[in-house]
Design a protein around this ligand. Sequence first.
Ligand code: NAD
Ligand SMILES: CCCCC/C=C\C=C\[C@H](O)C/C=C\C/C=C\CCCC(=O)O
Length: 172
Amino acid sequence: MIIIRITLGIIFMSVTALITGSLKAYNWMRKDRDGKGGTIINISSIVALYQSPLMPVYSATKSAVLQFSNCLGKTEIFSRTDVRVITICFGVTDTNLIRGRVECIDKELEEKLLVALQKFPTQSIDSAVQGLLTAFESGTSGSTWLITTNKPAEDITKNVDKAYEILRQGVF
Ligand SMILES: NC(=O)c1ccc[n+]([C@@H]2O[C@H](COP(=O)([O-])OP(=O)(O)OC[C@H]3O[C@@H](n4cnc5c(N)ncnc54)[C@H](O)[C@@H]3O)[C@@H](O)[C@H]2O)c1
Ligand SMILES: CCCCC/C=C\C=C\[C@H](O)C/C=C\C/C=C\CCCC(=O)O
């Protein structure tokens, strides 16, 4: 079925390739394995920060990127390896991605997504890149940055930490 093939493609590209690539770079750079330290910046999305029915698969992959990168970047590991891991959540940005055909799980959602993408404020690539440079210059390991609607990059690590404090209530 075509939908399964597309789904597996999105998961492979956004999760499998990102995680395996990050770990490869991490192992090359970690200073406790003869590396020199360094920075990994992984790209998530605003869809990892709220729950929308429009893109469950894509949103799931971006949540995976956020959780993987935040956990890998935790201070306990960073202090040994000197590899800083930063996560960026971009809002709608004027690239080919939003101009291409978007495959949803059905036609109704596909139409709703196209309307939503047109309605959402789109930021320029320049603004997105400027935000990424800010995160690179001042982001701590494990931090999460929101870069959206042409606004300056915002460090939202405290919000993410607060959200996980709530989510972990009662787990142990
Ligand atoms: N544009 C947005 O609104 C937006 C918002 C949030 C997050 N993002 C994320 O930003 C990242 C970059 O996307 P973009 O907006 O620049 O889109 P883009 O389409 O301009 O760039 C994507 C790039 O990925 C390459 N690519 C696609 N499949 C590949 C594969 N299998 N192997 C190797 N390369 C492959 C393409 O050739 C292209 O150069 C993506 O992770 C996307 O999810 C984009
Ligand atoms: C790999 C194909 C996925 C294609 C996704 C297309 C664009 C996504 C870009 C960003 O990552 C997401 C940005 C914004 C999401 C836009 C609309 C969601 C509307 C949600 C809602 O109103 O419920």
